[in-house]
Design a protein around this ligand. Structure first.
Ligand code: HEC
Length: 106
């Protein structure tokens, strides 16, 4: 019985350790900055690439999972999403959604 409780406790601890970490997301977002700009703020020279700063957390998670699953198709982003773990996605979404949205910025 005690062993079952111990295993359950370890499992729960593992789940907590998996929680989204925006600081880790910032580190992982360096590759994204080439197209989405620093902090997802967008790039002057890349007007066709969407800004991610201030986007809803759930939207980013959904978009990345859809690229991975092939439900959303884009030759560039499908490749990018393929390398991400489930945890990477949570961290990246937490980071970009915590950035200030720059609505109307040109
Ligand atoms: C080589 C350029 C490039 C890189 C690098 C890149 N992206 Fe993208 N990303 C794009 C383009 C282009 C789109 C628009 C694709 C489309 O229309 O579906 C996009 C779309 C997205 C979207 C959907 C946005 C929306 O408004 O629907 C998300 C989320 C996203 N990227 C996240 C990321 C993350 C996270 C990374 C880094 C791991 C990353 N991207 C790296 C080019 C890039």
């Amino acid at each position: 019985m005690n062993r079952i409780i111990l295993i359950a406790a370890l499992f729960l601890f593992g789940a907590v350790a998996q929680a989204a970490d925006p600081a880790a997301g910032k580190e992982k977002s360096k590759v994204c900055a080439a197209c989405h700009g620093e902090g997802g703020a967008g790039l002057e020279a890349m007007q066709d690439f969407p800004r991610l700063a201030g986007q809803y957390n759930d939207y980013i998670i959904r978009a990345l999972k859809d690229y991975q699953a092939g439900n959303r198709k884009n030759p560039i982003m499908s490749v990018q999403a393929k390398t991400l773990s489930a945890n990477d996605i949570l961290d990246l979404a937490a980071y970009f959604s915590s950035q200030q949205a720059l609505v109307g910025k040109k």
